[in-house]
Design a protein around this ligand. Structure first.
Ligand code: SF4
Length: 296
């Protein structure tokens, strides 16, 4: 039986978060994106308790919530695992990205376990490639399940800055940066392919030390992604108030990217990925250009 309390330190739900359970009508969203490749996005929740202040998802069409309420509500899709099971025929040799419009390991996952149950379905789809992308060490509560995927699963950890004081301003309800490094280390040590996503790139204290830290975590790959801001985004003011407008400068991004290319030499690091702790459950499907294929 799944334990009720995860064996990791993750932030509790913040006071005032509204939980709005719902029955979803669909769970697999076809996706064709230069970063993600082709496949499906799978989001077991709507909304996100991490409430990152730059998050563009807050502007997605939504009749019940205002953009400014983003981060204050989460709708767990209670039937997500059952829907996924019913649609598993679509997943033959497909890539599933989990998740595109929420964090699959936000604090509510401690209680609802929807991401875990969706992963249990995906484990039974032997030709499906899975990418789990999160900001949270809560992913470690499913470490054994993740290991069972062998070579067809990657965990991406977003670590957009090396400075937790920046994180406290910009991602106020997301886990601290040191806890994400610890999660990367535990995942990699367990033989799971880890990718560090420096995205969206925020203010960085020491680019080369940051990149070396990423490499030392055991991550096989890393990539650097710029901020995607909305028109008249209030995040501009936050950046200006803190003296962080440099993150919008292409040269700044290039400097960070160069540091990561130095720490993760092109191509070479993919061949140096740590051996798996367990044999793959099935031969990995052909890879397509996607989110984690290069530093960029
Ligand atoms: S964790 Fe991701 S989905 Fe959630 S608020 Fe932050 S950027 Fe948005």
């Amino acid at each position: 039986m799944t334990p009720l309390l995860p064996p990791v330190d993750a932030p509790p739900l913040f006071e005032g978060l509204r939980v709005e359970p719902e029955e979803a009508r669909s769970i697999l969203r076809p996706q064709k994106d230069e970063r993600y490749g082709f496949g499906f996005a799978l989001s077991p929740y709507r909304g996100c308790g991490h409430g990152c202040r730059y998050c563009y998802v807050r502007e997605y069409p939504n009749t019940l919530h205002r953009p400014e309420d983003w981060g204050g509500w989460v709708a767990p899709k209670l039937n997500a695992p059952e829907l996924l099971w019913a649609q598993r025929h679509k997943l033959h040799e497909a890539r599933v990205f989990m998740a595109s419009a929420t964090d699959p390991y936000q604090p509510l996952e401690r209680q609802y376990r929807l991401s875990r149950r969706c992963l249990e379905v995906l484990l039974l789809c032997p030709t499906t490639e899975v990418i789990v992308h999160t900001r949270s060490p809560l992913v470690l509560q499913d470490l054994e399940l993740l290991k069972a995927f062998g070579g067809r699963l990657t965990v991406g950890l977003s670590i957009p800055t090396d400075d937790d004081t920046v994180r406290q301003v910009v991602e106020p309800h997301a886990p601290a940066i040191p806890s994400r490094w610890a999660a990367a280390e535990r995942l990699a040590a367990a033989g799971i392919a880890v990718t560090i996503g420096v995205a969206p790139l925020l203010a960085v204290h020491d680019a080369r030390a940051f990149a070396r830290r990423a490499r030392a975590s055991g991550a096989a790959k890393a990539w650097v992604g710029g901020l995607r801001l909305l028109k008249q985004d209030p995040f501009y003011k936050l950046l200006a108030d803190h003296g962080w407008l440099k993150v919008l400068d292409p040269d700044y991004k290039e400097g960070i990217r160069a540091a990561f290319l130095e720490a993760f030499p092109a191509r070479k690091h993919t061949r140096e990925a740590r051996p798996r702790a367990e044999a793959p459950a099935a031969p990995p499907p052909p890879r397509q250009p996607g989110l984690f294929d290069r530093v960029g």
